[in-house]
Design a protein around this ligand. Structure first.
Ligand SMILES: NC(=O)c1ccc[n+]([C@@H]2O[C@H](COP(=O)([O-])OP(=O)(O)OC[C@H]3O[C@@H](n4cnc5c(N)ncnc54)[C@H](OP(=O)(O)O)[C@@H]3O)[C@@H](O)[C@H]2O)c1
Length: 211
């Protein structure tokens, strides 16, 4: 059984762990705080283990379920330990002070910035799925679309398998360069959730291609 290592114990860690377990994978949760990781893993059940950030990840796939700045710090600290592994970047590098732009330079993306810091095969995925929808495994009765972008075919295929086995629909979004569009797209979606005029959007929508 494949193991998925998830760094972080917050909302997205819980959502992705839930889908990974539904996909028949085992899950390893790593936190800065061993107790927090143990508590979160215990809540997920017997197929989840825990540890601390800094230990060698058990999984071939490592999910960075942390803020963008933390993701950069973590891959830098891991260095060559992540060589050969697939790292999933789920971050949305929104400027939360202004809530009016991304913090990455035009033409770049969080995923590409992270990829420049690690020998791992970086794949963008799950940045357009809100945490609650991942726990539920659907939203509005619809299957979740998960956009997967990356430069390594084997890595994107492994992530697509995880997505499909977890009951979602993987959409091959192209090279890692498409992360810019995925991050911009989700930034727009986030502003819609925060808009009081759109009161039915409550951080529970899903970005989906229909037709
Ligand atoms: N929430 C969503 O619906 C959603 C959807 C798509 C993408 N995302 C992206 O997913 C990522 C996580 O979001 P979230 O909502 O899950 O956040 P969250 O609930 O606040 O959880 C963040 C996690 O990151 C950990 N963390 C923060 N700084 C760290 C560091 N320097 N080293 C190690 N761990 C660190 C926190 O650990 P401590 O508990 O130790 O502080 C916590 O476990 C973000 O990049 C966000 O943009 C979120």
């Amino acid at each position: 059984m494949n193991t998925i290592t998830i760094i972080g114990t917050g909302n997205m860690a819980n959502g992705i762990a839930t889908r990974a377990l539904a996909a028949g994978r085992t899950v390893e949760l790593l936190s800065r705080d061993a107790g927090r990781a143990a508590t979160a893993a215990a809540a997920l059940g017997a197929q989840a283990t825990s540890g601390v950030v800094g230990q060698t990840p058990a999984g071939d796939i490592v999910v960075l379920a942390v803020p963008f700045d933390a993701a950069k710090e973590i891959v830098t600290a891991y260095g060559d330990t992540l060589a050969g592994k697939t790292v999933i970047d789920i971050t949305n590098p929104v400027n939360f002070e202004t809530f009016d732009s991304l913090v990455v330079a035009p033409g770049s993306s969080a995923a590409e910035e992270i990829a420049a810091l690690t020998p791992a095969k970086v794949v963008k995925a799950f940045n357009t799925t809100f945490a609650g929808t991942l726990v539920a495994g659907e939203t509005g009765g619809q299957t979740l679309d998960v956009f997967v972008a990356g430069d390594n075919a084997e890595a994107t295929a492994a992530v697509a398998s995880l997505v499909a086995d977890g009951g979602m629909r993987p959409i091959a979004a192209g090279s890692l360069k498409r992360s810019r569009e995925l991050e911009g797209f989700q930034f727009l979606v986030m502003t819609l959730q925060a808009n009081p005029a759109l009161e039915t959007f409550n951080w529970n929508t899903g970005l989906k291609i229909v037709g």
